[in-house]
Design a protein around this ligand. Sequence first.
Ligand SMILES: [Ca+2]
Ligand SMILES: [Ca+2]
Length: 221
Amino acid sequence: MREHLVIAVAALAASACNCSTDLKTDAGSDASTDAGSDASTDAGSDSNLGAKVGSGFDTSDDGWTIVGDAQSQTVKPDFSGIGGNPDGLISAKDDVAGGVWYFKAPSRYLGDNSSTYGRQLNFDLKVTPITNPFDYSDVILEGDGLTVVYDASPAPGTSWTTFSVPLSEAGWKMDALSGAAASAADFKRVLAHMTDFQIRGEFNTGPDTGSLDNVRFGLKP
Ligand SMILES: [Ca+2]
Ligand SMILES: [Ca+2]
């Protein structure tokens, strides 16, 4: 009787011990594998500003376009080789024709961005003086039929303002700022199949010009 009891207790202890060992082993190997592969992926080109994809606008508009009521009849932003943070920048002038205009990323920002989940999106904005600000979606990501938006308020100033936006569901809303909170599953679906990425360029009700520099998508926090 006593021997059986000892064996039973020992067996229980052994199984509890195995259980917790398994958990620790799994968590440890996952973490180290992810960190390793991410690091090697990033050891890439300087032109991406240390992120998975980036734009410093040193020599061109880098393929960015404008959507909405700016730049009159063209989707091309204005490129300047000086005045950025530092060096070049792109900008656009509001047509004040209704709607809200955005900077739209070129195709190399799109596709499978799963590896950037949990990292961040940084960018610098500068605007002409704001007399009548309004709140709106500041970043828009689309993918797999879903749209998620982010309010990166407060509005930028007349000198460069750096924004840092999480590439995880925290703070993101479905479709509009008044929409439901995005879930982790929704956000990962968008990242894995990205078809659009836009950054708001106008922050004043009435005339304004917005400038963009140093877009870093998938920067390590
Ligand atoms: Ca620049
Ligand atoms: Ca405006």
